[in-house]
Design a protein around this ligand. Structure first.
Ligand code: ARG
Length: 562
């Protein structure tokens, strides 16, 4: 049942001058339950009716049909509605118990396809904490969108093309060896790359050679192609291990290189539309009317650029998926790049350019400092996950040494903690990474939410895991009220998270629900034989279902015991 609608229906006869929609749009949720469950403010009416808001509130209360509510009262300028707890609880528990994990599913997306460009690390470099954000935010958005009946397409736009590969080949030919690369590919390739950047300062001829190698690669030279594809496949193997640990999969690994033969068309369209101008030997698109720097499409030596490949990719995705939205989960520092991308597509005459959305996010720092591959200041994701799992192990050992499947649970808790921590921060906020904080069982952490879920499951086990009828489970206990109301807010929470592309909305919701449930559980004896025992168990079961589903949307597992 829609409770706003119920309130609007009751108000309508008392407010003949307002339309139903008008009334609906004004209904609010009061700050505390003491002020009722829903409230209607009368300020705006005061002007139209030339009456004090308090008086209007009083008059309205006299006129509304109160039979559907516990009570309706005027409080200052508000008309406050108190819902009937037994009917409300029976209704919400019925919904959750019958729909289970599908509670909150929606039809908003109408099966429209939504490519999500996510993770997209660079070949021959370790996947870093920075790419973790893109990976987990993108994955969670995919889960949230698919719950609302969109069809997300998770695309890993690998950084497998560009002048850096000229540098890498040059460096490999100078200092590298096949044995070294085979033994530890990513670290050794990174070592060559870092050394290149140290030495090219005094040897600018190295940069010429690197440009030469990249040219060769673009033209399909055999040696260059062979080295490049070897570096790529070794890197991809290492990336896939991490994705497996995070339990995240992709629908496509078409990276930048895939667009090598699709850029000529982009350049042709730009030429046809007279959009390319020469600037210092390079080809650029002027974007001054968008207040942006010119987009550099081709360098003076003819080499294409990052944005040229993104133009080809955007067009390819529109043709392949006929998307309703196309998302790019990429750090805040690339905001300008995506503005340019949209602007060039608009100039090219593609009206779908406004379906493209850059979903930016803030930086992860360590000890307050920025991370960077070139300087060697990196936090290696693999290591972070190992450490998180071992911290989780320690806590399980301390709290519940007899637990079955300790390894699997420690994995779910440690990795879940890292993912949850990343997602509970509003994505634009930067944050400092501190592992001890992330894996705590108390406070606003992933393990805290997982623990609330496991506790709910343990209560149900103690009760003998009863079959609970979905119908007629009404709870009059006021202590259950906050938890019940939160359960009812889950569907709207999912919609809001999708509209704002903000998984943190779901993460914060999960924390609130876990807190409300812990409070309820702390004050109430659930397992007492009385008339409401089954209704209380229905509440516990519903909390377990919704916590698990919230965690699933974030890409975090919910063990039944921990
Ligand atoms: N490989 C890039 C990087 O690590 C991110 C690519 C983002 N996606 C895109 N279509 N530009 O910075």
């Amino acid at each position: 049942m829609d409770y706003k609608q119920l309130v609007a229906d009751a108000l309508a006869p008392a407010l003949p001058d307002l339309s139903k929609d008008d009334i609906l749009s004004k209904i609010e949720q009061p700050k505390t339950s003491k002020q009722g469950d829903l409230a209607f403010p009368t300020f705006t009416l005061a002007k139209i009716m030339h009456k004090a808001p308090q008086m209007i509130a009083g008059d309205v209360v006299e006129k509304v049909d109160q039979s559907q509510f516990e009570k309706v009262v005027a409080m200052g300028p508000y008309v406050n509605f108190f819902l009937k707890k037994d009917a409300f609880s029976a209704d919400i528990l019925n919904q959750v118990l019958t729909q289970e994990g599908h509670f909150g599913d929606g039809t908003l997306g109408a099966k429209g396809q939504v490519p999500i460009d996510m993770s997209s690390p660079n070949i021959a470099k370790p996947i870093s904490m920075g790419h973790l954000r893109s990976t987990v935010i993108g994955n969670s958005l995919a889960n949230i969108l698919s719950k609302l009946d969109y069809q997300p397409v998770k695309i890993n736009h690998l950084g497998d093309w560009g002048t850096q590969f000229g540098k890498l080949i040059t460096a490999y030919k100078m200092w590298g060896s096949e044995e070294e690369v085979k033994a530890d590919p990513i670290n050794n390739l990174l070592k060559y790359y870092v050394r290149f950047h140290k030495e090219d300062v005094d040897h600018p001829e190295m940069d010429d050679e690197a440009r030469e190698w990249f040219k060769k690669l673009e033209n399909g030279d055999e040696e260059a192609t062979h080295l490049w594809s070897w570096f790529r496949s070794e890197s991809l193997k290492a990336f896939k291990k991490i994705y497996k640990r995070l339990d995240i999969d992709f629908d496509s690994f078409k990276g930048e290189a895939f667009y090598n033969d699709k850029m000529a068309e982009v350049v042709d369209i730009l030429e046809d539309k007279n959009l390319l101008h020469e600037s210092q030997g390079a080809e650029v698109v002027d974007l001054s009317k968008y207040d942006l720097n010119p987009a550099l499409i081709k360098k003076s030596d003819g080499a294409t650029l990052y944005i040229t490949r993104d133009l080809a990719a955007a067009i390819y995705r529109k043709r392949t998926y006929d998307f309703v939205q196309s998302l790019y989960v990429v750090g805040n520092e690339q905001t300008n790049h995506f503005k340019q991308l949209k602007a060039v597509l608009t100039e090219m005459g593609f009206d779908w350019a406004d379906q493209i959305h850059h979903i930016p996010f803030g930086l992860i720092t360590s000890g307050g400092k920025k991370l960077s591959t070139r300087s060697g200041r990196v936090i290696l994701l693999d290591k972070v996950l190992d450490d998180a799992v071992s911290l989780a192990h320690q806590q399980i050992e301390a709290k519940n040494p007899d637990l079955n499947n300790k390894d699997a649970v420690a994995d779910a808790v440690g990795i879940g903690a890292v993912v949850f921590h990343d997602l509970k921060n509003e994505r634009m906020n930067s944050f400092d990474f501190n592992l001890e904080e992330v894996v705590r069982f108390e406070g606003e952490t992933g393990p805290y939410v997982q623990y609330a879920h496991a506790r709910a499951e343990s209560i149900l086990r103690k009760a003998g895991s009863p079959e609970l009828a979905a119908d007629g489970q009404s709870l009059s206990d006021p202590a259950a009220w906050d938890t019940l109301k939160l359960l009812s807010e889950f569907p709207a929470t999912v919609v809001r998270a999708s509209a704002e592309y903000e998984p943190s909305i779901v993460a914060k919701y999960a924390i609130h629900l876990a807190k409300a449930f812990n409070k309820y559980y702390g004050n109430t004896k659930v397992l007492v034989e009385d008339d409401e025992l089954n209704a209380r168990l229905a509440l516990v079961k519903s909390v377990s279902i919704v916590l698990k589903e919230s965690l699933r949307l974030l890409g975090v597992k919910a063990p039944d015991e921990m």
